[in-house]
Design a protein around this ligand. Sequence first.
Ligand code: FES
Length: 99
Amino acid sequence: MLRSAETGQGEGAPAPRSPVVAQAGPYPVEVKAGEKYFWCACGLSVTQPFCDGTHAGTGLKPVIFRAQKDETIWFCGCKATGDKPLCDGSHERVAGDAR
Ligand code: FES
């Protein structure tokens, strides 16, 4: 078992909430080289797929994505991806939960 010093959580800190499905599929976003994007990990933000600070108190934090070039990035909307913050197809198994 991990102690609080190993997990970064304080004694008695509540366990992080599970993220909620914001959308049962990815969000295509045109990113700009050198820009930082803060991907919403909790699913509660109203500015999906990006953080609006609503995660406060959930124990979850946004994931930073720094664009290497101008391109379209498919940000995960289901919040179940194993390749945060990018879609990895996991939404196929969680799509039923959001319907
Ligand atoms: S939208 Fe989450 S894995 Fe595709």
